[in-house]
Design a protein around this ligand. Structure first.
Ligand code: HMG
Ligand code: MG
Length: 324
């Protein structure tokens, strides 16, 4: 791409908190999302409408997204696994539309304007995460995407285990390409490629991206790297070199995936912001982050939310900045 503007999708409130042992109270989640927006984040994954039996940590999402103060020009996305999840979101959005006056609607964004749908590059992982096969998940998601687009929602797609699978090991990149392309064809404006396990190396990420780019324009791709083996920042730069301009990251390095045993959090947003300083890349953000995302504010948020979880921030830049 011609532009060196990098979009960050802050996934801490969703990918981060879904994998914590403790359940974070609704008011803390609300404060987290509000603070992220006030640090300049313009894309925030706020929670999930998944089965609370599968992921109890995300059970309060409906309350979170109705209670939080929403800023204009910020996209608040929620993860939806199936039609039931979309129905639950739609019920909430209908109540909101019926109760908000026109003047409110002009200044306050709706509780959510975007869904994230997800599947994977292996049947074994799709079974563990969605209790179905890749083919069946795609056929379900196709109608979910259509219904969401009809309601005016943006739809973002995820391909999990894009590099390695916790059950099968090395993943076939042609399968990643096929699944990514299916998500594009069903109307996803962007497809995020997930190294769910966080064991991908830059060389593998490069090879995977070159394969996927054969079917999906690189402008539509995002990189989603977990940091289990410490390669996430290197993988972010590899993705940027290969033309990707959207990166998913979590404040404080929160996160993991409940169905990927041993996987650690996403690459920390603070680490991405720090590593891109002085480079040819510019991180997009709102006026609250002075046209970018404010690293100092993110560092504070990372420590604050980690404290709520009873531990320290695992962001390397966040730790170093705090120690200064
Ligand atoms: P299932 O058990 O096959 O579902 O699970 P079911 O349709 O048979 O329904 C079972 C029960 O769940 C029923 O309730 C449904 O009503 C209820 P019961 O009759 O037993 O009382 N149910 C729901 N409740 C609330 N919201 C819903 C919903 N759907 C059904 N949407 C299902 C299938 C898809 C529900 C389940 O597998 C699920 O929720 N999976 C989500 C797992 C998840 O959230 N994983 C983490 C997110 S993905 C990720 O982290 C990877 C990513 O970060 C990228 C990367 O790193 O690779 C995105
Ligand atoms: Mg993830």
């Amino acid at each position: 791409p011609k532009s060196n503007l990098v979009n960050i999708v802050e996934v801490g409130p969703r990918d981060g908190l879904q994998n914590e042992k403790g359940i974070v109270p609704v008011d803390v989640k609300v404060e987290l999302i509000e603070r992220l927006a006030l640090a300049g984040c313009q894309n925030i994954e706020a929670g999930s409408f998944v089965s609370p039996k599968w992921v109890p940590q995300m059970a309060g999402t409906a309350e979170v997204i109705t209670r939080m103060t929403r800023l204009p020009d910020v996209h608040y996305a929620v993860l939806v696994p199936n039609q039931k999840g979309l129905d639950n979101l739609n019920t909430l959005l209908s109540t909101y539309n019926a109760s908000s006056s026109t003047s409110d609607a002009e200044t306050t964004p709706p509780p959510s304007d975007e869904i994230s749908i997800f599947t994977a590059a292996t049947d074994a992982f799709t079974k563990a995460n969605l209790n179905t096969s890749i083919a069946e998940s795609l056929s379900r998601l196709r109608s979910v995407a259509r219904a969401a687009l009809d309601r005016g929602l943006r739809v973002r797609g995820y391909v999990s285990v894009a590099v390695a699978c916790p059950y099968l090991g090395q993943v076939d990149y042609t399968k990643v390409r096929e699944v990514a392309n299916e998500l594009r064809e069903m109307g996803c404006y962007e497809v995020s490629l997930g190294d769910t396990v966080g064991q991908g190396t830059p060389a593998q990420v490069a090879e995977m991206l070159e394969e996927v780019k054969k079917s999906v324009p690189v402008e539509m791709l995002a990189g989603h790297f977990h940091d289990t083996y410490g390669t996430a920042i290197a993988n972010v730069f590899t993705a940027l070199e290969h033309g990707v301009r959207t990166i998913d990251s979590s404040v404080g390095g929160l996160g993991g995936c409940p169905y990927s045993p041993g996987a650690t959090g996403n690459v920390a947003t603070e680490d991405v912001l720090y590593a891109l300083r002085g480079s040819k890349y510019h991180v997009a953000g709102s006026e609250y982050g002075h046209g970018s995302i404010d690293l100092d504010k993110m560092t504070e948020i990372g420590w604050w939310i980690s404290g709520k979880l009873g531990r320290e921030s695992v962001s390397r830049a966040g730790r170093a900045l705090r120690a200064r």
